[in-house]
Ligand binder design. Structure first.
Ligand SMILES: Cc1ncc(COP(=O)(O)O)c(C=O)c1O
Length: 469
């Protein structure tokens, strides 16, 4: 799918793009960095030269020269009458070797499959004959699975019945469906800053105007800012991750949950609470779900992180009137969740405590290993240790993570730079490092980081030469 990048959005993404280099060169270089680290996608259409020159208050000649440089370097295709499309040349995409051409791919905070998954699939296939006379289209979810998910909420102290649950094809699908249902063009959506990048992708692909309020490692959720944004801009929805927030790993206190739920309910903003990471507890202990504090909260869940990303089963829990709207809107997106995967999910969820205990052990080992490797190789980084989740969120203080990610890629190490998690180019000095990889992968990856950390500076444009492939 080709997406259009407006002049205003590109201006926001560019952030501080100027450097000592001539303006056309600095602009082309910054656009290339955004393309390489995923903030702009290959196939996206750039704004017309005139539109971008207005958005940046630059001469059209400068923008034309920047586009021309991108074209000469193989990053832009321009066809008269149909605009300019970004593209990643083959070698930049890493078409050699396995797994994106990267020896260590730290771009995904996701763990290998839970060991019990193969047996659960075998069991599901054995049950399949019972379902083959059914037409197989299941828009709402199998009754046993919905009941098992409802029981999971009841076990967490939140009364829930099966008719408040819709099974989806993962949480990302759930978020798309929820956004299509709650959001109308021209409205605003509030997010945490930093937030989950594909949630931002979902919202911006629908043209939403994004408002952000800070989540700080040293102060938690900035409730005063959240309230101000809700009051001033009346966002139709707010997207939150109160449990082991991705990427910081932080959790909201009970008071923060109570306060935000009450404020949103009062002002008519629907809270969409993503609990994809909520089961990844290392040493925190249970907390009441956000939905315990307001009946209008919509909760998204998933087995993607706790069991396996390849399972593609998630769900939505919400009030019955919104669930009915979601059901009406779903056929425009898909025609239901696969049955075998639902049977697997039912088996796994019935033994959720075992799965959580197994994940918790692996995550603790991974977290502690990564923290001690960083202390050895990058002692200058002050690392906050989360009590759950899958990653560390590190303020490097002095290093441009965009430059670091580009330099690391040239050494076979994939990283996601901080600004991918922010709105308007924030978090240039931050890096998300997942701790769900094997010890030896983390050791080799951190060694590369330690080496690069000595050379990469704070300027996103001043990168080691080898990064400019
Ligand atoms: C916070 C968050 N929400 C949603 C998703 C997507 O979940 P799923 O794989 O169930 O679509 C992820 C996966 O990275 C995530 O971290």
């Amino acid at each position: 799918m080709n997406s259009f990048v407006t002049g205003r959005r590109l201006a926001r993404e560019l952030g501080e793009w100027r450097s000592n280099a001539p303006a056309y060169r600095a602009l082309a270089e910054r656009i290339r960095v955004l393309l390489m680290d995923g903030r702009l996608s290959s196939g996206a259409k750039l704004p017309a030269e005139r539109e971008l020159s207005q958005a940046l208050d630059l001469s059209r000649t400068t923008v034309a020269a920047a586009y021309s440089k991108l074209r000469d370097d193989g990053f832009l295709d321009s066809v008269r009458g149909s605009g300019s499309t970004l593209r990643l040349p083959g070698r930049e995409r890493g078409e050699h070797g396995m797994h994106n051409g990267l020896a260590f791919d730290f771009t995904k905070a996701t763990a290998p499959a839970y060991p019990g998954i193969q047996a659960a699939y075998a069991d599901a296939v054995a049950q399949l004959p019972n379902y083959l006379s059914h037409d197989g289209f299941d828009m709402v979810g199998m009754p046993d699975l919905r009941e098992t998910i409802a029981q999971h909420y009841r076990d967490r102290g939140l009364p829930t019945s099966a008719d408040q649950i819709m099974v989806t094809i993962g949480a990302q699908h759930a978020l798309n469906l929820v956004t299509r249902t709650l959001y109308s063009p021209g409205e605003r959506i509030m997010v945490e800053q930093p937030t989950y990048p594909h949630a931002l992708d979902t919202f911006t692909s629908m043209g939403a105007r994004i408002l952000a309020f800070p989540v700080r490692q040293d102060g938690g959720w900035d409730l005063a800012q959240a309230l101000l944004q809700i009051r001033r801009a009346a966002p139709s929805m707010a997207f939150l991750m109160p449990d082991f927030h991705n990427p910081t790993g932080m959790s909201m206190s009970i008071q923060e949950r109570e306060y935000l739920a009450a404020a949103a309910a009062r002002e008519g903003t629907v809270l969409v609470v993503d609990e994809t990471t909520a089961l990844l507890d290392i040493d925190r202990g249970p907390m009441p779900p956000m939905a315990s504090f307001s009946p209008s909260v919509l909760t998204l869940g998933s087995l993607g992180k706790i069991a396996w990303g390849g399972l593609r089963v998630g769900w939505i829990r919400g009030p019955r009137d919104i669930m009915a709207q979601l059901l009406r809107n779903r056929p425009a997106m898909d025609l239901g969740t696969p049955l075998v995967e639902q049977l697997v999910a039912t088996t796994l969820l019935r033994d959720l405590p075992s799965m959580m205990a197994s994940r918790s052990l692996d995550l603790r080992r991974g977290r502690d290993t990564l923290v001690s490797l960083l202390a050895e190789h990058l002692p200058q980084w002050k690392v906050e240790v989360p009590d759950g989740g899958l990653s560390l969120w590190i303020n490097t203080e002095t290093i441009s993570s965009s430059a670091l990610a580009l330099a690391a890629r040239a050494e076979g190490l994939g990283l996601v730079p901080g600004p991918r998690f922010g709105v308007d180019g924030a978090f240039e000095r931050y890096l998300r490092l997942p701790f769900c990889y094997r010890d030896e992968q983390m050791r080799d990856g951190v060694k590369i980081l330690g080496r690069l950390g000595q050379h990469v500076g704070s300027d996103p444009l001043r990168m080691p030469l080898q990064a400019v492939i």
